[in-house]
Design a binder for this molecule. Structure first.
Ligand code: NAP
Length: 268
């Protein structure tokens, strides 16, 4: 029986690559976009309308899938958006929008899919977080916080659902070459105290994404994870060696030393 997959944010980047790859392996993939009409219909998977901020659209799409398939084996909470800006200047309403998508959106999807996974006594949920969620990055405080929140929420809910046969984990990518930098909310560079540092940090961040790894690596990783029916760890990381090594340094170095390294890396 082919696995039934729901993946949010399948119109672009990591979600698109993963949807194509899982379909090529025989999975039945239901991907989503806020506006599928903007894209050429994918040949190998369905692209359905869903906005993670709109409960009615989540209900509609999940009911549609369950009516046809009676189950969802794998939920990949991939939809997400970036946000940059100095913490002092960034509009809090933009920060709330970011949390609504990156954190509450994933929470809502879990809440809506868990009843059917519990009924089937089986299911896997992969929450796409970020290596940025393990540390507060300069000029990306809100993004780091939204992904860090998703990591902690995952740790909690995972323990609650274990006895129902459902596994929940996070997969934290480093920098991957996608459209995320173009679609980010960028707080405007103001003529103020943060102008030069914020500008330099933005240039560094954009370079990391454009020089980032191939999204196919994530697709293959998810495929292998989804076939590993044994014990799952709670957190997985994927990305360039240096990005993963930075997490080891964070664990072993004193905070002040780690902070100095981060600041020199971002040239601030
Ligand atoms: N690329 C990286 O370096 C990187 C690193 C770490 C983590 N991540 C995470 O990986 C995930 C995928 O990002 P990506 O790099 O592939 O970015 P992307 O190319 O910009 O794709 C983002 C996807 O999210 C969807 N989306 C955005 N807002 C949505 C909403 N409100 N409701 C439903 N779907 C929404 C978009 O679909 P529509 O616009 O069609 O609705 C799009 O398919 C995100 O969670 C991101 O934070 C990426």
């Amino acid at each position: 029986m082919s696995k039934i997959v729901l993946i949010t944010g399948a119109s672009s980047g990591l979600g698109k690559a993963t949807s194509e790859f899982l379909s090529s392996k025989g999975y039945k993939v239901y991907g989503t976009s806020r506006d599928p009409s903007k894209y050429t219909s994918p040949s190998s998977y369905k692209l359905l309308k869903l906005d993670v901020n709109d409960v009615a659209s989540i209900d509609f799409t999940i009911n549609f899938i369950l009516k046809k398939e009676k189950r969802i084996d794998l939920l990949i909470n991939n939809a997400g958006v970036g946000i940059t800006g100095p913490g002092e200047e960034t509009d809090v309403s933009e920060m709330k929008k970011n949390f609504n998508t990156n954190f509450f959106g994933a929470v809502l999807l879990m809440q809506k899919v868990l009843p059917t996974m519990r009924d089937n006594k089986k299911g896997l949920i992969i929450n796409i977080s970020s290596i940025a969620g393990y540390m507060g990055l300069p000029y990306r405080g809100c993004y780091s916080a939204s992904k860090g929140a998703l990591q902690l929420f995952t740790e909690s809910i995972r323990m609650e659902v274990k006895k129902f046969g459902v596994d929940i984990l996070t997969l934290a990518p480093g920098a991957f070459s996608t459209n995320i930098a173009d679609r980010r909310y960028h707080s405007p560079i103001k003529n103020g105290p943060y102008k030069d540092d914020y500008k330099k940090s933005l240039e560094e961040m954009n370079k990391h994404v454009s020089d980032g790894s191939n999204p196919l690596e994530i697709a293959e990783f998810i495929y292998n994870l989804s076939n590993n029916e044994s014990k799952y760890r709670v957190h997985y990381k994927i990305g360039a060696w240096l990005q993963k090594f930075s997490l080891i340094l964070k664990k072993i170095l004193p905070d002040t030393v780690y902070e100095k390294i981060l600041m020199s890396f971002y040239k601030i």
